[in-house]
Design a protein around this ligand. Sequence first.
Ligand code: C5P
Length: 209
Amino acid sequence: MIIAIDGPAASGKGTLARRLAAHFGLPHLDTGLLYRAVGAQCLADGRLGDEAASVAVAEDLDVRTLDPEALRTAAIGEAASVVAARPGVRAALLDLQRRFAAQPGGAVLDGRDIGTVICPDAPAKLFVTASPEVRAERRYKELIGRGEPARFEDVLADIRIRDARDSGRASAPLAMAEDAALLDTTQLGIEEAFAAALALVDSATSRHP
Ligand code: C5P
């Protein structure tokens, strides 16, 4: 079974994807980490503005070397969103995501274009969202919890910029697939959101076994 989960930054999709993967005993790929790794390398090389360099980094990406903790900073998230708008970067990362999804037994993938581009035939698709203010509050607490200096207003502004760039780009924009189920987590705690996600996945897979 393939479970495709998309949504904007800090919507809760990553936590839900991990919980669903554990529940169903499936491997999980946080596809944002791929774009973060490319963005981080371009930042380190001082070549974020160089499209060809970012495509070359994406083509050479070794997923075994990804360090999720190191890649979760706000600056790397922003750099990821810049390189993710480039069609060549997206094309370079397509195959490895599709191969991950094609594992026997299935997989859970979360990102921005899983239900629309990477796994359009996934039987279970969720689009997880929440208001920008609630997402900014979650991201702010996460940054503070990790000891990263942050101001709520800046985090909210970053979220709005990232939403606009991810939704407005020409190549695989953040969008809800027509056959995805919408899960708005604005008013939900993690346990309620997980219960709702599970119910939506169960209902989707009973319709498309
Ligand atoms: O989900 P996360 O915040 O880690 O993603 C970082 C950035 O990577 C996003 O803002 C988005 O621009 C990009 N991304 C993408 N497609 C995906 C996953 C992430 O464009 N499937």
